[in-house]
Design a protein around this ligand. Structure first.
Ligand SMILES: [Mn+2]
Length: 322
């Protein structure tokens, strides 16, 4: 196993953080789509999925001597997930985007099949030494109405249809599809079903389309809420794990908060040993770290100091077991 840390880039260039990554021996990066962020691509004449726009983005990252190994996030795909008119245009866009990833050597697309996306209900929970973390508490959302109508079986059917169309594009483009779990991995939030929420559901995902390009983003903070034995789950999914979010939480899937990677419910060293056992050669990044004093986070859970701490912690563990 080679340790391939690819840290997510959430800020615009020029960014000292991108330099710091190279300085601490991180050589790869995960890019984002510009939708929810302050990003130059919003002002570009080209759509962010166009070749020219992605090529410019890649060049910008390469200038920091970082390889752009993955893009994480969904472009617009609600009509696909919900099976509504407009899905054809969304499918065409996704196919075009994946072809462009392939041309540019972006090897992995981390996407999700979550209508409501990732949800936290509190973002300023005090943890060790006063560092702040985010958390999810089910009762915080209790009385909100359902924003859309769909069933779990319709979501599965739409997912299968999606994979039938998009996986051949991914195969031709040599781009791996890495499904991120519903976060939190509950059956429903606000009466909206969530289907990527258990070990069985991931078995089903891998079964409905058996391509070697159909795989997993093993976001540990979610998977550890689906099992009491995360290292065994890592060995179970083996070479279908394309991307790892190396993090931990404390609590259960209904009520939890983020933690430092040395203080959650999971044995991180055993997880890293499991990746070594399966000779994992995909990429790995930190995720949902605490915010330390004097630090700032563009998005809660992505502060700079705590991500540097987590990266050093992973590198140290890896050096101890390699
Ligand atoms: Mn994640």
């Amino acid at each position: 196993m080679n340790l391939r840390i690819a840290e997510i880039l959430l800020e615009n260039s020029p960014a000292d953080f991108w330099k710091m990554l190279k300085q601490i021996n991180v050589n790869e990066a995960v890019g984002i789509l510009p939708k929810g962020h302050d990003d130059w691509r919003k002002l570009s004449l080209d759509d962010y999925i166009d070749y020219s726009s992605l090529a410019k983005y890649k060049r910008m990252i390469n200038e920091y001597d970082l390889k752009l190994s993955a893009i994480e996030d969904n472009p617009s795909m609600f009509n696909i997930m919900l099976g509504l008119p407009g899905k054809e245009e969304e499918l065409n866009n996704i196919a075009k985007m994946i072809e462009n990833f392939g041309k540019l050597g972006i090897e992995t697309w981390c996407y999700n099949w979550s209508i409501l996306g990732w949800i936290r209900t509190r973002i300023n929970i005090k943890t060790r030494g006063g560092a702040t973390v985010s958390g999810y508490y089910n009762d915080d959302l209790k009385s909100d109405p359902a924003p859309v109508k769909i069933t779990a079986s319709e979501l599965w059917k739409n997912l299968k249809d999606f994979l039938d169309i998009i996986i051949p594009v991914a195969e031709n483009s040599n781009v791996k599809l890495a499904m991120h779990p519903d976060d939190p991995p509950l059956n429903y939030i606000r009466e909206v079903p969530r289907i990527m929420n258990s070990i069985e559901s991931y078995d089903k995902l891998l079964n409905i389309n058996k391509s070697k390009y159909n795989g997993i983003t093993l976001c540990q903070g979610n998977f550890t809420l689906m099992t009491d034995d995360l290292p065994e789950v890592i060995r179970h999914f083996n070479d279908k794990i394309f991307f790892v979010h190396f993090r931990d939480v404390s609590g259960d899937k209904y009520n939890f908060h983020e933690t430092f990677i040395d203080s959650g419910k999971t044995d991180m060293l055993k997880c890293l040993r499991a990746y070594k056992d399966i000779d994992f050669n995909g990429i790995m990044r930190t995720d949902h770290t605490p915010t330390l004093s004097g630090d700032k986070a563009i998005v809660p859970g992505y502060s700079y100091f705590a991500r540097l701490h987590a990266i050093g912690y992973i590198q140290g563990m890896f050096n101890a077991i390699k």
